[in-house]
Design a protein around this ligand. Structure first.
Ligand code: NI
Length: 166
């Protein structure tokens, strides 16, 4: 495993649409392991492949600060979103030191393939729902800054649970 360089806003790779995965390969397994290592090293709760310069539909998410229990989502798709929304601070590892207020669905249901290319569904609420929406946006070249209400501002204390980087 190795740390990958996290691309930052302004890098055009973050504005592209990613391609689906058709088969798992040793190279992709390495990529996924590197994405996990890179996400944990950066204290992020999620990371999408384009953030490390790879235009493929892969995201990793782990919103649990207590234990390592990541979701690996390949070719993810949102199936349902709640009408109820949440409005709160959001950040991104590709936009270091900044955060902004974004409204997201309170709950989302999504489907994806796991690392064995087996389909599964995931239902997320609160921070997990926010992370799923944020990471899936990355696969279509969308950064959260385009959804910020008001101004992007300096990020607060990193231990602030409401202010997490994905
Ligand atoms: Ni992000």
């Amino acid at each position: 495993m190795a740390l990958r360089n996290i691309r930052e806003m302004g890098d055009r790779v973050l504005e592209k649409t990613c391609r689906p995965i058709t088969e798992m390969t040793p190279k992709l397994v390495d990529l996924i392991n590197d994405m996990l290592e890179t996400m944990y090293e950066a204290n992020g709760v999620g990371l999408a492949a384009p953030q490390v310069g790879i235009l493929k539909r892969i995201v990793v998410i782990d919103v649990d600060p207590e234990e390592v229990n990541p979701y690996i989502m390949i070719n993810p798709e949102i199936l349902e979103v709640s009408e109820e929304t949440q409005t709160g601070e959001e950040g991104c590892l590709s936009v270091p030191g900044k955060s902004g207020v974004v409204t997201r669905p309170m709950r989302v249901k999504a489907k994806a393939l796991n690392i064995n290319m087996e389909p599964y569904e995931i239902e997320g609420e609160g921070l997990l729902a926010r992370a799923i929406c944020h990471e899936l946006d990355h696969l279509d070249g969308v950064l959260y800054v385009s959804k910020v209400e008001g101004e992007l501002h300096e990020a607060g204390m990193p231990e602030d649970f409401e202010e997490v980087d994905a």
